[in-house]
Each structure stands twice: as structure tokens, then as C-alpha cells.
Design a protein around this ligand. Structure first.
Ligand code: PLP
Length: 383
């Protein structure tokens, strides 16, 4: 059986055009983009070309894009850098209980440094309440960080509404759009955020490369100290092939976003319609409508997600039983727990994340195999 990959929330395959751009860059552009000779200038031109591609893919200007070593690094730079820079104006930060660890842990670090952090709760669908946000805001609040889309359950947060509230108050707004970008049409100038995180490997680009959108005029403290690369905010010789690959991946993701969204929603609806009709004892986690086009997070009664994952894996089908970062350590997901799920229910969750290369046939194969696997695992419990 051909392997079937449904774990695009963890990472995506490198697309051919990105691969070609990276190979060409590695073969032809080896010089340091900081060098003044022609070879160096050629490398610097590659970086600037990719910066333009990244900027126009999200509706920003080139000056507003910083390349980083990952989405994790961009989140750290946004949160630590913005909070430390603005500390004289106040020491209160607001985020949510369901953020990725690369947002939560910098917030914990800021608490060590004397900041106060409010972690907004979510409802049973993984959604924050705007009223909770309003109530949490104080004159001391300098930064709010709310993810655009949750990586585990796919719930989309009300980014426009949050931005509207914060704009009048001189409070910086950061969003982690690592999972959102590429699966829905996107324009940062209309979102109204000040800082926004992106990652290469979630959009069929390379791993180990990310970008931070930094709205014109927003200032940060750097996390690293060294040369003047990336305006001194991310010193270190740039990863030119990674950046070239990210530029191409971002351009294609933006060009295809409308078609990708439609394709993913069709597949996701087909998958959910079949599962909900044909498999008893299943619940959808996350918001039924405001959710990522690619994400279906399900809990199956009486069976652990990890057991299903391992059985599907035996037939060459890849899914996840949590986020990639928390899979491997057996603790209930902090997202499902924040949504009020009992730890036992959290262990039952299975995350299926679709990608552009999946087709209808793949969905039918997955459902058939899931039915067999659940029948088998549930029979073991009965026996
Ligand atoms: N933010 C979210 C929502 C993610 O899902 C991930 C990766 O899983 C990251 C940030 C981190 O990105 P990277 O793997 O590029 O460090």
C-alpha cells in the first residue's frame, strides 16, 4: 500500500519548486551575503528577493520582514523582544492557555523577569472570549499574543476583533500564524497585527527557517548579539538556501491559498461526514465552523489516540495523537485540558491534518482503515 501522510500540522513535504530553488542556490550562491564582492552581492540579492516574495505573499513591505531560524525563534523574538523593549511603559502581557510552547515558555520567562502574564481561558471549542480579553486589559498591558489558528484542534481565533480593540490603546498585538498561513487567503495589512510569526516547513518549505513580520515603526530588543544581519535583530550569517526556499514556498502558498482552502475543506468535510456516519462513539474537538481547513481533531470513545496512531502506522498511514511537539511525551494535551476535557478524553484524541497533495481516494482509504482499526481495538477492550 502506498504510504499516506495526514500529519501536515507537524510538517509538510518540500515541494518540487522549493527544492529546485534551494539546490540552485546551494550550487550557485555559496558566498556570504555580507561580503562586498560580486559573489557576496549575488547572495545578498537572493536574500532580498526572498524577502520581497515573503512580504508580498502576506501583504507586507520588505522592510517589515525578518528572517529567523524557525517559527519558534520568531515567537521568542516577538514576545521577549517586544516586552523587554516596552517594559518602561508597563509590565503586563496577555496570551492564551492554548498557545504553542514557543509562546507559552517565553511568557513564563517574562514572569521570571518580573512581568505579569494573564493566560486567557478558552471555551469547550478552544475559543477565547473577547469579554475576558476586555476585562484582562489594564493600563499596564503592553503586549497581547493570540494565535491565529490552534495547532492541535484547529480553532481559529478572532484576530480582527482583537486587533480592533488593541489599536486604540497602543498595545502591541502579536499573532502566531504558523498554522494559518497557506491554508486560507491572508493579508497582514488587513489583519491589523503588529507582529506575526511564520514558519517554512508548514507551507511545503524547508525546516529550520522562519520569518517575523514586524510592522513598520515597531521596535524590539534582540535576543542574540553579533553582526548587523536582519537589522541587528537576528544577527548571524543568513541561511541563504533556506531563505530562498522559504521565499518560493511563501509565494506559491499565497498564490494558491484560495484553491488550497477549497480543496482542504472539501476533503475535511468528506472525511468528517464519513467518520461521523460510519464510526460510532466519535467527537469532534475544536470549533465546528471556525477551524483550520486542514484540521480534524477527534476523540474516539474507549480507545487511546496513540493506539490508533500506532495501528494506522502499521499500514503506512501517518497521523498524530497530539501536536508534534507534545507527541512522544505521554502527557494529556494542554489544549484539550484547557478546553475542559478530562485527561482520559484528552488521551483519546487523534489529530488528522490534511495537505494539498491528499486526494479523495486517500480519504476513503483512511476511513476504511480507521473502521478496521477501531473495530479491532474496541474488540480487545470488550474481550
Ligand atoms: N507555532 C505553532 C502554532 C506551531 O504549530 C509550530 C510548530 O509546530 C511552531 C510555532 C514552531 O515552528 P517551528 O517548528 O518552525 O519552530
Amino acid at each position: 500500500m502506498k504510504p499516506l501522510y495526514f500529519d501536515h500540522g507537524a510538517t509538510t513535504p518540500l515541494r518540487r519548486e522549493v527544492h529546485q530553488a534551494m539546490i540552485q542556490c546551494m550550487e550557485e550562491t555559496f558566498a556570504n551575503p555580507g561580503s562586498l564582492h560580486d559573489e557576496g552581492t549575488q547572495a545578498a540579492d537572493q536574500v532580498e528577493h526572498a524577502r520581497k516574495q515573503m512580504a508580498s505573499a502576506i501583504g507586507a513591505s520588505s522592510r517589515e520582514i525578518l528572517f529567523t531560524g524557525s517559527g519558534t525563534e520568531a515567537n521568542n523574538l516577538a514576545i521577549l523582544g517586544a516586552a523587554r523593549k516596552a517594559r518602561r511603559r508597563g509590565r503586563h502581557i496577555i496570551t492564551t492557555q492554548v498557545e504553542h510552547p514557543s509562546v507559552l515558555k517565553p511568557c513564563h520567562q517574562l514572569e521570571e523577569e518580573g512581568f505579569r502574564v494573564t493566560y486567557l481561558p478558552v471555551d469547550e471549542m478552544g475559543m477565547i472570549s473577547l469579554q475576558d480579553l476586555d476585562e484582562a486589559l489594564t493600563p499596564e498591558t503592553i503586549l497581547v499574543s493570540v494565535m491565529a489558528a490552534n495547532n492541535e484542534v484547529g480553532t481559529l481565533m478572532p484576530i480582527h476583533e482583537i486587533a480592533d480593540r488593541l489599536r486604540k490603546r497602543r498595545i502591541l498585538f502579536h499573532t502566531d500564524a504558523v498554522q494559518y498561513f497557506g491554508k486560507h487567503p491572508f493579508d497582514v495589512s488587513r489583519l491589523g497585527v503588529d507582529l506575526l510569526t511564520l514558519s517554512g516547513h508548514k507551507i511545503n518549505g524547508p525546516k529550520g527557517i522562519g520569518a517575523l513580520y514586524l510592522r513598520k515603526g515597531i521596535r524590539l530588543d534582540p535576543l542574540l548579539f553579533g553582526g548587523g544581519q536582519e537589522r541587528g535583530l537576528r544577527p548571524g550569517t543568513q541561511n541563504v538556501p533556506g531563505i530562498a526556499g522559504l521565499g518560493v514556498a511563501a509565494r506559491l502558498a499565497a498564490e494558491e491559498a484560495t484553491d488550497t482552502e477549497r480543496h482542504l475543506i472539501e476533503l475535511r468535510n468528506l472525511l468528517w461526514n464519513r467518520i461521523s456516519r460510519e464510526i460510532p462513539g466519535v467527537r469532534l474537538n475544536g470549533h465546528p465552523e471556525h477551524r483550520l481547513s486542514s484540521n480534524l481533531n477527534l476523540s474516539f470513545d474507549r480507545v487511546e489516540g496513540q493506539a490508533i496512531l500506532l495501528e494506522l502506522n502499521r499500514s503506512g498511514i501517518s497521523v498524530s495523537s497530539g501536536s508534534a511537539c507534545s507527541a512522544g511525551k505521554h502527557a494529556p494535551s494542554h489544549v484539550l485540558t484547557a478546553m475542559g476535557r478530562h485527561p482520559e478524553e484528552a488521551y483519546q484524541s487523534l489529530r488528522i491534518t490534511l495537505g494539498k497533495e491528499n486526494g479523495e481516494e486517500d480519504i476513503h482509504t483512511l476511513v476504511e482503515r480507521l473502521k478496521e482499526v477501531l473495530g479491532y481495538l474496541r474488540s480487545l477492550i470488550r474481550g
